[in-house]
Design a protein around this ligand. Structure first.
Ligand code: SF4
Length: 400
């Protein structure tokens, strides 16, 4: 007879597998319909990626964004990856809905297609607002979904948005604008920017961008926070950097195609790079060259499981502690202990932790002794902890 617990596990696994498969398929379809065949051009996000890691950027061009990765042995990992990758699209759909409800003159997924020294280049702009009221204005808004909101914007995002705003300004009066997949509707491809604004909103924009106030912004969104970075203005130097990087990447991509799709010899990201754990090409990346010692595999799996449980346990512990604090407050026992079976508990007020504000201390010392003396005293009082060995465990993403 089937073990009911095992049946339950199998059914739950089946549901997760179905969800993962659906997410992968919808991602492939969405990418094809909104971005077309990404092997045929260099996009702005490719340029940002190439600045961080040329090897990963060429790999993405050759093999796509890793949707074909097989982690059948590690379904939670596959699902986690997909949820992370697709969160950006869901944010975008939600924000688009907000702008539509407000009846704002916005073009979604505006495509700018051009070429530089024979290299096909395309930029896809999430949202572009255009207004001819008062001084004509154009605002580009690029959405980025993040686990945590960064304090400063990543340089790859900045490069991408400088490329977008620079390109819009540079090809303003060329038939370079369109909305992917909308060739039979209003705002098809091959229009100048003023033409697309006229077709979309009936707005008359100046023939030259120098008469227009153009800015780009990046809106970073996490599940519970948001932050806008900008403004980014058209800048010839930044645009040339983007275009030259595009050419370099195209040549490397071509060379890899000719060599049969290998990534050998391509430069990798230097030092610690947060995306290496998620990178689809990390399995054979030379950055991680080392020894093969499969006997540690079970230990590393166990460590990963324990760390996952550690997080769950911390949440559970804090919920129970909070419950006991509330129960104690409701009992109103005036600071006495409460006995409960083998344990007793009470809640008492504690002084807050005392800390020293180093910057404030420096300012106070500076006011009395001057900057040089203040820095000298601070330096004398500072000490460095002993060096320690840090263990880093990183996931290997095996390709099919
Ligand atoms: S693992 Fe890191 S260094 Fe290697 S290709 Fe991927 S992003 Fe680049």
């Amino acid at each position: 007879m089937n073990d009911p617990a095992q049946v339950q596990v199998d059914r739950s696994h089946g549901l997760m597998a179905l969800l993962a498969k659906g997410l992968i398929e919808s991602s492939v379809q969405r990418t094809a319909s909104s971005l077309g065949d990404r092997r045929r051009y260099i996009g702005m996000s490719d340029i940002g990626r190439a600045l961080e890691c040329p090897r990963a950027a060429v790999g993405r061009k050759l093999f796509g964004n890793g949707d074909a990765l097989t982690h059948r042995h590690d379904l939670p990992s596959l699902l986690g990856n997909q949820l992370l990758l697709q969160r950006g699209h869901w944010f975008e759909a939600g924000i688009a809905q907000v702008f539509r409800q407000q009846h704002l003159p916005v073009i979604e997924q505006l495509e700018v297609a051009t070429s530089h020294h024979g290299v096909p280049i395309r930029a896809h702009l999430d949202f572009v607002f255009a207004s001819a009221v008062g001084r004509p204005t154009v605002r580009i808004l690029e959405l980025k979904s993040c686990e945590n909101i960064p304090s400063t914007l990543y340089s790859s995002y900045e490069t991408q948005v400088y490329g977008q705003v620079g390109l819009l300004d540079a090809v303003w009066d060329q038939p370079a604008f369109g909305v992917h997949g909308e060739t039979d509707r209003q705002g098809g491809s091959g229009l100048t920017f003023p033409q697309i604004c006229r077709e979309k909103f009936g707005v008359e924009m100046p023939a030259h961008p120098s008469e227009v106030d153009i800015e780009a912004w990046v809106l970073c969104l996490s599940m519970s926070d948001a932050k806008a970075f900008g403004p980014y203005l058209p800048d010839d130097t930044m645009l040339s950097l983007c275009l030259n990087k595009a050419k370099e990447l195209w040549l490397k991509f071509d060379a890899s195609k000719v060599s049969g799709g290998g990534l050998d010899g391509l430069e990798t990201a230097q030092g610690f790079h947060p995306l290496c754990s998620w990178c689809e090409f990390n399995a054979d990346c030379p950055k991680f060259d080392g020894l093969e010692q499969p006997q540690w595999s079970d230990t590393l799996d166990l460590l990963k499981d324990l760390k996952a449980r550690q997080g769950e346990l911390e949440v559970e512990i804090s919920e129970i502690e909070e419950g006991l604090r509330s129960a104690y407050a409701l009992c109103d026992v005036g600071g006495s202990w409460i006995d409960a079976g083998h344990h007793r508990f009470r809640v008492s007020a504690q002084n807050g932790r005392r800390t020293l504000n180093k910057e404030q201390l420096r300012l106070e010392l500076m006011a009395v002794l001057g900057e040089e003396k203040a820095d000298e005293i601070i330096a004398r009082c500072e000490s460095e902890g002993k060096p320690f060995d840090r263990l880093t465990v990183s996931r290997i993403n095996k390709r099919s």
